[in-house]
Design a protein around this ligand. Structure first.
Ligand SMILES: [Zn+2]
Length: 150
């Protein structure tokens, strides 16, 4: 399990920003799996990174101090310590984003196909449902568009 898979999305992205703006100072390699660093934030934070056991990594910032939380400072240290890890992270995220967009597009097309197969009665039932649960402007817009009066 990697640091990235146990950190929140927000910690990963903020960590990447920290890495890119070179906020990691004094990184020291203890051995192949352990590093320490100082990360410049609101204060300077002391980070201990454990690649083998990510949850053992620590940082003394308010979010992570004393908890088993992987904060942006730990992620930033990871990107500094492991060559190409930031690049790989960005490429993976880009790929996931593309896959998600393709999935959404397919789903939308399938929904249209399904609408075309539905009977008028079923369509009315669905529209009534949408009027009841969608934001009010959708109904207001419909009433205006078709000049429906009370
Ligand atoms: Zn931290």
């Amino acid at each position: 399990m990697s640091i990235i898979s146990v950190a929140s999305g927000s910690s990963c992205w903020r960590g990447l920003e920290y890495y890119k703006s070179q906020k990691i100072k004094n990184i020291k390699k203890i051995n192949n799996n352990e590093y320490t660093s100082i990360v410049l934030g609101n204060k300077d934070y002391n980070v201990y990174l454990n690649l083998e056991h990510p949850r053992k990594s620590t940082c003394n910032c308010p979010l992570a101090n004393g908890k088993r939380i992987i904060c942006k400072h730990i992620v930033a240290t990871y990107f500094s310590a492991v060559p190409n890890s930031a690049k790989i992270f960005e490429e993976e995220q880009k790929k996931l984003q593309q896959e998600y967009e393709e999935y959404e597009k397919r789903q939308y097309q399938n929904a249209i196909k399904h609408l075309q197969k539905m009977s008028k009665k079923e369509l009315i039932k669905e529209l009534v449902y949408i009027f009841n649960y969608a934001p009010e402007w959708i109904y207001t817009d419909f009433v205006k568009k078709y000049d429906i009066e009370g």
